[in-house]
Write a protein that binds this ligand. Sequence first.
Ligand code: PHE
Length: 371
Amino acid sequence: MLFRFLLILFCFISCQQISKNEIRIGEFGSLTGGTATFGQSTHKGILLATEEINAKGGVLGKQIKMITEDDRSLAEEAKTAVLKLIKQQKVVAILGEVASSRSLAAAPEAQKSSIPMISPASTNPAVTQVGDYIFRACFVDSFQGEAMAKFVKNDLKLSKVAILKDIKNDYSIGLADFFEKTFKTLGGNITSVESYSENDIEFRAQLTSILSKNPEGIFIPGYYTEVGLIARQARELGFTGGLFGGDGWDSSKTLEIGGKYVENSYFSTHYSSEDPDPSVQGFIEKFKKEHGVVPDAMAVLGYDAANLLFDAMTRAGSTEGAKVRDALAGTQNFKGISGNISMDPDRNAQKKLVVQKIENGHVVFAQSVNP
Ligand code: PHE
């Protein structure tokens, strides 16, 4: 008797928590820790998309409930966060992560449970190779590395370049390789490849070795904190050549930490705030009104990833994993703020990339590259 009572009570409580009138979606990201701007920006983009869709009546007539877990910028925590979202929070789909290493740590859990996961911004090719439930709203590093190698060789006309990569970071290792391969194919010379580990603050030994080979530029496929410090130390050691990198530079912190040392550097990323497209400018206005700053690439990709998911659920007419997965795989010409998104057979978004320049303490548009 008591057992039955407890059972009914338990059902009552859990049914109350998981209302039939909502769609529970999980988000995991680095809200704190070494790459906190990545998670915080993405979160703002995801929230904006969620507020907008809920104000319009939600998805399939239900309100979206976004449940967010902080992984503190740690891969092990990313896996735990996703397990928690699936097993305890009973989410039907997942958004995250930005950093490839953390998406790679968590994706197998989503795949095992047949829960669709969209990484807004992880660019390492291996992320979506985890399985058919794993998607991304961005391009991959083969495209990014190739585009930057071409830009450095053909536009900046440099032919002797060194690479300084983060050996603990799947994104950095992959992007360095893709850059090197294309740069060499174009007839360029990679003078040396040196490495560091995430959270290092001292890069002078590697830089001294790099500079001894007289490169005209250094490609640094890392995240903003280390990039800022590397730029500073390279300049202090007297290096006057070019510095360039990938989307890991896309944070206001690159300018804050790098200051005048990152002036005249170039990096590839997912969107330019100078894009005259009215939908881009409209998004920037809305974002500025809420947060007082121009959105960075992660905010835009978070917004796009959330809307991609809402669109797929609507087209699927269901929140069932397999149906949402099929609808996501069939995404064609979805109008995102970061460009038009079509999913390729490997669940990667095919879309344009932009090259940005740091000039007079601002990030300005330099070039756009189509796939
Ligand atoms: N592309 C990076 C990665 O895969 C993450 C990133 C995306 C960082 C966009 C900044 C901006 O790890």
